[in-house]
Write a protein that binds this ligand. Structure first.
Ligand SMILES: Nc1ncnc2c1ncn2[C@@H]1O[C@H](COP(=O)(O)OP(=O)(O)OP(=O)(O)O)[C@@H](O)[C@H]1O
Length: 898
């Protein structure tokens, strides 16, 4: 690195390091450095196993930048202005303004330029607020990493937590189970380390990682297969280790994949709202592309080509362009995220706000989520079910081994509880065990263990889920120490299973403890050693439900959210807890049974609030995926490393306050405290935001569709264009401005009875129905104006037509705003700003045309008869709109009931 004055060679992704060892090596995802020996790799990045000094880290941070895969939104105005002007809608408007200027339509060019400026300014403002909200959230919930740093060259290193974004190439970081790997690392040490790389490779089975000194000469199959490397974006499932940072931020493999777009990574695709918005935009663009040429073509065919047709086409195209749609949607979501932050929830991905609104199934992890995870030892039993302290002693020795084996992070809360209880009971009085190896807890195998050195033998101790341990046992320990062991036959096994089920049915969590003695030998633990074990007995643990869990689940249930528990724990323990919390599961399914069910059956079981027990992390994710494929909007609430696959698979991953690093990293939403009732409040905010987005889309789509049809009808029915180009643009500007009211303020009521879903089919049917109703009124107005304008000169009657349609259009849109806001009787009412905007829109429609400004825009004062017709048409429209809405409500209520 520069401060060492060494020659530099490329590191991954353009980072550079000194050329300490530039021997030719095979192609590797991280170039030369990744394939060097540990020592050579350290030299290549000018690092030491003792870590960088603070000063070195600072220099490198300035050089390589923050360790962020995606940079936080750029705060400078110049950048944002460029981005705003580069927006496709703004670009389209600017191009249309250019066309108008070219053909000398100065009024239209001016209005269009104003529209571009207004859209850009609004967008800039909205983005500034969203960026500030995102930065604030990021600052509140930084990801952290444990790094070795030294105050000076001669100082000793200390391990300390730093925000992960401050990591630099050359840093030495520590990993423990549950961590999100913070950068691309070359392992210097690894112990029982397995990582889940499914975010990078899609492969859900955790892969082992080793600190090989000389990696295989040929790189293995895929780019993520090198065993000595860990990649940003993966999760530590078991074990721990120490790694040298090779690349950070965008230079990591994860970062590179992100640059290629979200599809390059294992990603669950756009959210329901994102899909809805995208389709709405496409539909509006389609209206524009279809309606404008058809209108112009029809007009030319019927009445011949006129010079005003081109500017009219331009204006009509603008009128149908949803230029403020992205702004309104992102402002509504940003506002929702601020409200959630005020409630104590951190939104890590903006669309999560709308996912909350759509949420209709919430899958819940049990331990540490519905329960406190603060385990207390309730007792210990011998294999016959009699109280016996020995199983507790040996289980605690496994914990002690993890503690002694210098990777403190390997000690989980369960080990801590065992150690405390055994210590309090005086069971750990003897000399500390000689630890040969620690077998970290593996949520797939559901056990952990230790290999100990005892005089003349090597002792394997295993503790874990009773089924997992029993599968490895062939004998039962005798009632007293020194008594001969009994064989574990089928009858004894059945009795043990009954004992476990009976204790678990009381809500206790059981751990089985077993032991085996082997001849002393060198070498690491082998899976084959885990056979022929002797069962020592069980430890019983108690884990109390979180105080607010029952109230929160009742609130969510009343709000129309189906709840289902997915746990790695015993079925009886899970069932007992579910009942205690007021859930009424109809059945309990085991993770292993999922293999025999297809996705529809799994989804159906989950929808009936089944409890899924003894699930591996991948089985939890499978249930979530099955529900998503059944078109449910699925949330997952979890805290542990065994929840990460499900958190990633869900539409909305929610991490609890005490979630491990990786779970926090992959969660879309983080609870700020233990109070689960927060979820109910969050639901209300999400539903309101989604209802607003849905209302905006419904109204924008139906009014634009109505206008497109009316333009076509006007072209056929009238000998002139239905409105002048500048008037079309002005009307569009007014309607856009009124729709901005969706993005500002309003109140948040209760969560409402049902999730708010954006179903494209229903949105399209709505737009078609209410859009056609709108154009029907326009056509009636055209017909009425024929009579009213009878006897006036051609020019005057044309101007009167324009005036009447302008006024009628704004007034009917003003009525549509609040009336179409509510999708069903039970949904939230329109907030006050929408009413105000609607009122203003109607006033502008009526007051502007007869004003001096209106005259300059080509409007003409209307005779009283025209106002009479206008009043009748508007009243008819309002009545039909309310009737249509009533029919729609009935249809929605029926659909919701079924
Ligand atoms: N540290 C540990 N050592 C040994 N066995 C453990 C340890 N932690 C959990 N187990 C056993 O493995 C089982 C599965 O654990 P896992 O962490 O997958 O799920 P869980 O903690 O029981 O429940 P949840 O999935 O709701 O968090 C537990 O029920 C317990 O029997």
């Amino acid at each position: 690195m520069p401060e060492d004055g060494a020659r530099l060679l490329p590191l991954p992704g353009g980072a550079v390091g000194p050329a300490a060892s530039a021997r030719p090596v095979p192609e590797s995802p991280h170039g030369d450095v990744a394939r060097l020996s540990r020592l050579a790799a350290l030299r290549a990045v000018a690092a030491t196993p003792r870590g960088l000094t603070e000063a070195q880290a600072e220099v490198r941070l300035a050089e390589y930048g923050d360790n962020l895969v995606l940079p936080l939104p750029e705060p400078t105005w110049a950048r944002r202005l460029r981005a705003a002007l580069g927006d496709p809608f703004a670009a389209l408007l600017a191009a249309l303004a250019g066309v108008c200027a070219l053909i000398g339509s100065w009024g239209s060019a001016l209005i269009l330029t104003l529209l571009v400026l207004a859209a850009c300014l609004l967008r800039l403002h909205g983005e500034r607020r969203s960026a500030a909200a995102l930065r604030a959230l990021h600052a509140l919930a930084p990801s952290t990493a444990t790094v070795l740093r030294r105050a000076g060259r001669s100082e000793l290193p200390t391990a300390r937590e730093v925000p992960a974004e401050q990591l630099v190439p050359g840093d030495v970081v520590r990993l423990v189970g549950g961590d999100a790997v913070p950068a691309d690392l070359r392992l210097l040490r690894a112990q029982g380390l397995t990582v889940d790389q499914s975010a990078l490779t899609g492969e859900s089975t955790p892969v082992p990682r080793l600190a090989l000194d000389l990696p295989p000469a040929e790189p293995p199959g895929g780019p993520f297969d090198e065993p000595q490397l860990c990649f940003a974006g993966s999760t530590v499932v078991t074990g721990g280790g120490t790694g040298l940072v090779l690349a950070t931020g965008a230079a990591t493999r994860f970062g590179a994949a992100h640059q290629q777009g979200p599809g390059a990574l294992a990603d669950h695709g756009p959210s329901a709202v994102e899909r809805g918005v995208r389709r709405a935009v496409l539909a509006l663009i389609f209206f524009m592309l279809a309606a404008v040429p058809v209108t112009i073509g029809t007009d030319t065919l019927l009445h011949g080509w006129s010079g005003t047709l081109l500017p009219f086409a331009v204006a009509a195209a603008v009128g149908l362009t949803p230029e403020l749609l992205p702004l309104v949607v992102s402002s509504v979501l940003a506002r929702g995220s601020r409200q959630l932050a005020a409630e104590g929830l951190l939104v890590r991905r903006l669309p999560a706000v709308s996912e909350l609104g759509a949420l209709d199934v919430l899958c819940l992890d049990k331990t540490g989520t519905l329960t406190t995870g603060e385990l207390a030892v309730a007792g210990a039993l011998d294999p016959a079910g009699r109280p016996d302290p020995q199983p507790l002693r040996w289980a605690a020795v496994v914990g002690e081994a993890a503690l002694l084996h210098d990777e403190p992070g390997l000690l989980d809360p369960l080990d801590e509880a065992l150690l405390n209880a055994a210590d309090a009971a005086g069971l750990l009085a003897g000399p500390a065990p000689g630890v040969l190896e620690v077998i970290p807890f593996d949520p797939v195998r559901r056990l952990s263990g230790a290999v100990l050195r005892e005089p003349g033998r090597r002792v394997l101790l295993i503790k874990g889920a009773p089924e997992a341990v029993l599968d490895r046992c062939t004998e039962l320990a005798g009632p007293r120490p020194g008594d001969p062991a009994r064989p574990l036959d089928a009858r004894a096994r059945a009795e043990l299973e009954r004992l476990v089920a009976e204790r678990a049915g009381r809500g206790l969590r059981l751990l089985a403890v077993a032991r085996a003695e082997h001849e002393p030998r060198l070498g690491a633990h082998r899976l084959a050693d885990e056979a022929g074990l002797t069962l020592l007995g069980f430890v019983e643990l108690q884990d109390e439900p979180v105080d607010s869990a029952e109230e929160a689940l009742a609130l969510l249930s009343r709000s129309g959210v189906t709840l289902t528990v997915l746990t790695g724990d015993h079925p009886s323990t899970a069932l007992r807890l579910a009942e205690r919390l007021g859930l009424a599961p109809v059945r309990v399914l085991l993770g292993a049974e999922l293999a025999d069910l297809d996705e529809a059956e799994i989804a159906a079981a989950a929808a009936e609030q089944a409890v899924f027990a003894r699930c591996t992390p991948e089985q939890k994710a499978r249930v979530v995926r099955a529900l998503r494929r059944a078109h449910r909007s699925v949330g997952f609430l979890g805290d542990g490393v065994n929840d990460v696959p499900a958190l990633r698979a869900a539409d909305l991953g929610i991490g609890t306050a005490g979630a491990v690093g990786a779970a926090r990293e992959w969660a879309d939403l983080l609870l700020g405290g233990r109070d689960l009732v927060l979820l109910g409040r969050a639901l209300a905010v999400g539903r309101e935001a989604t209802a607003r987005v849905a209302a905006y889309l419904r109204i924008a789509l139906s009014c634009n569709l109505g206008n497109a049809v009316s333009m076509l009808a006007g072209g056929v029915l009238l000998p002139f264009l239905p409105m002048q180009p500048a008037q079309v643009l002005l009307q569009n500007l007014c309607f856009d401005a009124a729709q901005l009211s969706f993005a500002i303020s309003g109140r948040s009521a209760g969560p409402g009875e049902r999730p708010v879903r954006l179903r494209w089919g229903s949105l399209a049917a709505f737009a078609l129905g209410f859009g056609l109703l709108n154009s029907l009124c326009d056509i009636v107005m055209f017909e009425a104006m024929r009579d009213v304008t009878h006897g006036f000169t051609a020019a005057t009657s044309e101007a009167m037509f324009h005036t009447a349609w302008f006024a009628e259009n704004l007034v009917t849109q003003a009525i549509a705003l609040p009336v179409l806001y509510r999708l069903s009787r039970t949904r939230l009412r329109p907030p006050r700003p929408v009413w105000w905007a609607a009122g203003l829109l109607a006033v502008v429609g009526l007051v502007l045309p007869p004003s001096a400004l209106g005259e300059r825009l080509g409007f003409e004062g209307l005779p009283v008869a025209a106002y009479g017709s206008l009043a009748l048409v508007v009243a008819g429209y309002a009545a039909l709109l309310c009737a249509g809405r009533w029919l729609w409500w009935r249809r929605t209520a029926r659909a919701e009931r079924s």
